[in-house]
Design a protein around this ligand. Structure first.
Ligand SMILES: Nc1ncnc2c1ncn2[C@@H]1O[C@H](COP(=O)(O)OP(=O)(O)OP(=O)(O)O)[C@@H](O)[C@H]1O
Ligand SMILES: [Mg+2]
Length: 330
C-alpha cells in the first residue's frame, strides 16, 4: 500500500466509531438474561460468550470477563468486526450488532453483540472424529484448509491480520461438500504493520502459544505470514500429527520460537503439557508418499522452514491447494 493509503487506513481503523448496541436491543438482551434465557456457549481467553434469541434471531453476546486484558481485547474485537462488516456487507463473517454496556443480571458489562454462527467449531468436530479413531480424507483436509485460507485472505485484502487462527476459532456448518467455513474471534486482529499494542490490554498478551509465529513471539508488527504460520498448525491438526512426523523424520515445528518462549516466558511446562497431548491423539499414520511430499512442501512454505520459498500471502497457498485438489479429483 502506498503511504497515503496506509495513513487513510490507520485513520479508518483507529477513529472509526464503534456503533453502540441499539438501546431497544440492549433492553431485550438484558430482559432475556433476567429470565435466564441466555445460554453460556463458550468461555475463552478473554471472557464468556452467551447465546440469546431475540425476536427469532439468534445472537452471540461476548463479555470481557475479569482478566486485566479482557476489556481491551473485547474492544479490539468489536472494532475489527465493525471494520470487517463495513468492508463486507454480505455477512461473510459473523454479523455485527454493536458494542456497549448492557446490564446482565444486575451487573453492567461491556458486551459485543454479534450474529450467532450455527454449527460446531473445527476443534469440536476434530475431537469427535479422533474419538472414533477416524481420519479425514486427504481431499477433505485440503478442501477445509483452502476454505479457511480463503477466509483469512478476505481479511488480508482489507489490511487486517487475524493473529489467532486455530481450530477453536473456525466454525463449520453443514456437512459434506456443502460445509460452510467461518473464521471468528477477532480479539487479536490487527492492521498489518501496526506498531501500537492493543489499547487497554496488557502488552504481554501475545496470543495462543502453539500457533504463534516467530514474529508474534518477538512482538513484531502483525504480518500476513503470522496467519500463514497458524494455518500450518491447522493443517497439522487436520492431517494428523503423526503423518508429518513420520514424513519429515523429525518433530513437527522445529522452530526458534521455542527458544524465545523458554527464555522470555519460562513456559516449558506449557509445552510439556500440550505437545504430548497433540501427539497422542493424532492418528493418520500414513499418506501415500506423493501426498506426504506435497503436504510437507505446503507445510514448509506456510511456516517458512528449511529451503522452502515461503508464501507471502494466502493466494498462492489457495492456488496450490486448488491445483492439487483438481488432481485428486481426476
Ligand atoms: N458468533 C458466534 N457464534 C456462535 N458461537 C460463538 C460465537 N462467538 C463465540 N462463540 C463460541 O464461544 C466460544 C468462545 O468464543 P471466542 O473464541 O470468541 O472467545 P475467546 O475468549 O476469544 O476465546 P480464546 O481466547 O480461547 O480463543 C467459541 O469457541 C464458540 O464456541
Ligand atoms: Mg477463541
Amino acid at each position: 500500500m502506498v503511504a497515503r493509503q496506509v495513513a487513510l487506513f490507520r485513520r479508518a481503523w483507529s477513529s472509526k466509531l464503534l456503533p453502540p448496541v441499539d438501546k431497544k436491543l440492549a433492553n431485550l438482551i438484558a430482559a432475556a438474561f433476567q429470565r435466564n434465557e441466555a445460554q453460556e456457549i463458550g468461555q475463552g481467553g478473554s471472557g464468556q460468550v452467551f447465546k440469546v434469541k431475540i425476536n427469532e434471531t439468534c445472537l452471540a453476546v461476548k463479555t470481557a470477563g475479569d482478566m486485566d486484558y479482557g476489556a481491551g481485547l473485547l474492544e479490539n474485537e468489536a472494532r475489527a468486526l465493525a471494520f470487517i462488516n463495513s468492508a463486507y456487507r454480505n455477512g461473510i463473517f459473523s454479523a455485527f450488532y454493536g458494542f456497549g454496556v448492557i446490564n446482565l443480571k444486575g451487573k453492567d458489562q461491556d458486551c459485543l453483540v454479534m450474529g450467532f454462527l450455527p454449527g460446531q467449531t473445527l476443534d469440536q468436530s476434530l475431537h469427535s472424529i479422533w474419538e472414533k479413531r477416524k481420519a479425514l480424507s486427504f481431499l477433505t483436509v485440503l478442501g477445509l484448509l483452502r476454505a479457511i485460507a480463503q477466509q483469512a485472505c478476505l481479511l488480508h485484502v482489507i489490511g487486517l491480520v487475524h493473529r489467532d487462527i486455530k481450530t477453536a476459532n473456525v466454525m463449520l456448518h453443514g456437512s459434506g461438500n456443502k460445509v460452510l467455513v467461518r473464521l471468528f474471534d477477532f480479539g487479536l486482529t490487527r492492521p498489518a504493520g501496526e506498531l501500537l499494542p492493543i489499547e487497554n490490554s496488557c502488552p504481554y498478551v501475545l496470543g495462543t502459544p502453539e500457533i504463534l509465529s516467530l514474529g508474534m513471539w518477538q512482538k513484531n508488527p502483525p504480518q500476513i505470514t503470522d496467519d500463514l504460520f497458524s494455518l500450518a498448525q491447522i493443517f497439522v491438526c487436520l492431517l494428523g500429527y503423526k503423518a508429518l512426523i513420520e514424513t519429515a523424520g523429525e518433530a513437527v515445528l522445529p522452530h526458534p520460537a521455542y527458544t524465545t518462549y523458554r527464555s522470555v516466558y519460562q513456559c516449558e511446562e506449557y509445552y510439556k503439557k500440550t505437545l504430548p497431548r497433540a501427539v497422542s491423539i493424532f492418528f493418520n499414520s500414513y499418506l501415500p508418499s506423493e501426498q506426504a511430499v506435497f503436504a510437507w512442501n505446503l507445510f514448509s512454505k506456510m511456516t517458512g522452514q528449511e529451503q522452502a520459498q515461503p508464501y507471502g500471502s494466502c493466494q498462492p497457498l489457495i492456488d496450490d491447494l486448488s491445483s492439487y485438489i483438481a488432481l485428486l479429483k481426476m
